[in-house]
Design a protein around this ligand. Sequence first.
Ligand SMILES: Cc1cc2nc3c(=O)[nH]c(=O)nc-3n(C[C@H](O)[C@H](O)[C@H](O)COP(=O)(O)O)c2cc1C
Length: 370
Amino acid sequence: MPVNTSEVSPAPSLFSPVSLGKIELANRIVMAPLTRVRAGSSGIPGDLMVEYYRQRASAGMIITEGTYPDHASQGYVGEPGIATDEQAAGWQRVFEAVHAEGGRIVLQIMHAGRGTHPDINGGRRILAPSAIAIDNKTFTEKGEQPYPIPEAMTTAEIRAAVEDFVTAARRAIEAGADGVEIHGANGYLLQEFLSPAANQRTDGYGGSPHNRARFVVEVVTAVTQAVGAERVGLRISPEVDLGDVFETDRDDVLATYGTLLDQLRPLGLAYLSVLHAEPGGDLVQELRRRFDGKLIVNSGPFGGQTTREQALQQIEAGHADAVAVGRALIANPDLVERWQGGHPENEPRPELFYGPDAEGYTDYPFLEAA
Ligand SMILES: Cc1cc2nc3c(=O)[nH]c(=O)nc-3n(C[C@H](O)[C@H](O)[C@H](O)COP(=O)(O)O)c2cc1C
């Protein structure tokens, strides 16, 4: 009778190494992708961003902030891009700094879809699966404004968006990234396609769960063909209600994400990252079975930031292979050392999460100076 070794071997520790595809992590604390809007109007990472990521290189792996693959897909003023060679050269400096400290870093490619505004993306068109606006406001260069009604993408525009992801991924890998993470979460373009509320298309990209998953399958497949599946991760956030995706029907969620992961499973991605309130719950663990690869979890902004106890528990309970940690790593560049030694932590300053300069960015003290 075959022995199920996952039931008999001791659970790994949060501080033990793990491999995600080709990426070897010294520990299982992964820096979650965190938009910090310090790239100016050029979208080119500069010295400040190099320093910020270098400081956090002791995390098992850093996932960069969401980065736009082409200018029209920029979702925030001050967001970095990977749309040009100059932006890639800026990222190269970041990757080199992290590698010099022994760290690992993957670039999150984020297409904002309808989650942007002409006063953010330089007056370019706003594209989405359907012409339905988010019922909310966003911060633009001219202050807070309602989200605009986007244009429903044509089939040619869908193909072009897939190509933009591929070009961005190639640029990132050529610039020295250990991998890329495709942002399929938090209500941006990919999740807009998955959502029955944001996607009301009547062609092959809308309607059934299989059709709504099609665009994400195409993006992930094309990127893996370009740079190798073992360097590609995907982030999803089923049931997380950001950007009016309204994934409220559990059966539909399971059908949509289930068919998505059934189709991605044969690719052999480096990892799947899931943002959900209950990482150990039925939905996430069923999706993990369907994916059949390495899982990173993050319980999201529900009930406060990720704590040491939560992270330890999620690994020791075997709910995931690694934990994405956001705000605690903003405030503690040396979080791994602090959590390993049970040391006190700096408190994050949320009013400075999105800001222009070093304050609340690179000035959080390290342990010896705290
Ligand atoms: C300031 C800030 C910026 C964020 N930017 C991104 C982003 O660019 N991409 C993304 O996938 N998630 C983003 N998130 C979500 C985080 O990755 C993470 O899921 C969230 O902070 C909850 O984890 P925590 O409790 O450990 O902070 C952001 C969160 C915060 C607080």
